[in-house]
Design a protein around this ligand. Sequence first.
Ligand code: PBG
Length: 332
Amino acid sequence: MKPTIAPYPNARFRRARQSESIRGLVRENTLTVNDLIWPVFVRDGEGIEEPVPSMPGVVRRSVDLIAAAAVEAQALGIPAICLFPYTDPSLKTEDCAEAWSPDNLSNRAIRAIKAAAPDIAVMTDVALDPYNIDGHDGYVVDGEIVNDATVEALVKMTLAQADAGADIIGPSDMMDGRIGAMRRALENAGHHNVMILSYAAKYASAFYGPFRDAVGASGALKGDKKTYQMDPANSNEALRLIERDLTEGADMVMIKPGMPYLDICRRVKDTFGAPTYAYQVSGEYAMIQAAAQNGWIDGEKVMLESLLAFKRAGCDGVLTYFAPAAARILNG
Ligand code: PBG
């Protein structure tokens, strides 16, 4: 059709969207396999792979199959794997001693991965909840989650993980002062190269529900975690926590959950420029999988779009249960 009304715009943004090659040329952010950290669940036994009902596509693996999964992840180019233990209820106690047992599930899995897939970085979780009879991340004394005694236990847990060969320690407990205490203990023990990725801004979120099923903590948890995890209403507090943890010796910081907290990711990256990660948590994963299974969304496209969004928000990487599926697509 011949244009009849002038003038038409000189600034046509659609020019830059006209073809895949031009879109590629102007693209500001990209998702690569290097951006992925894969959280996995480990359980006891041998040759066992058991589905987690609330997280379709996610399984709990025995240590031998965790090692096999790490070999596969390494071959896909995934840089890091993060371990979460499904601890037998009989091992949950008031003193949480299983947390720093050199032979607990998580430490056995670290050694098995290091032997089978030495090039993938192993990240751990530091918190007492898998081992605590109360299901809390810290010791409970007279109904209160006590800080300093918990930090002492977390330090023991950290050292056992480092001794087992962990590369990145991931404190997710939200106690005050734990990063400094853990860093000092690691230095004193000669673990100078063991890194700390602090779950510095971890919110008291309802998006963790499926994870608590996956690690068997749902039944055990008494009350909620609001006296140590952050209020979802707060943003400035996240920046203060990140600053504190970086000062205490954190090498990298995490925001958790992910998608509902992209504003925090952006503020953190802009303010500190530190290596910044987000955790696309179990509830986020479950929502995407449930909608995809119902045919309401294209699961693959939503997965990739959600992961790219973390990069756009300033993150250097994402902990995501989608890691192997995303890696397969990104590798072409
Ligand atoms: C506990 C921990 C939680 C997650 C990771 N570590 C749950 C919680 O704080 O209750 C949640 C991860 C997810 O939902 O995928 N230390």
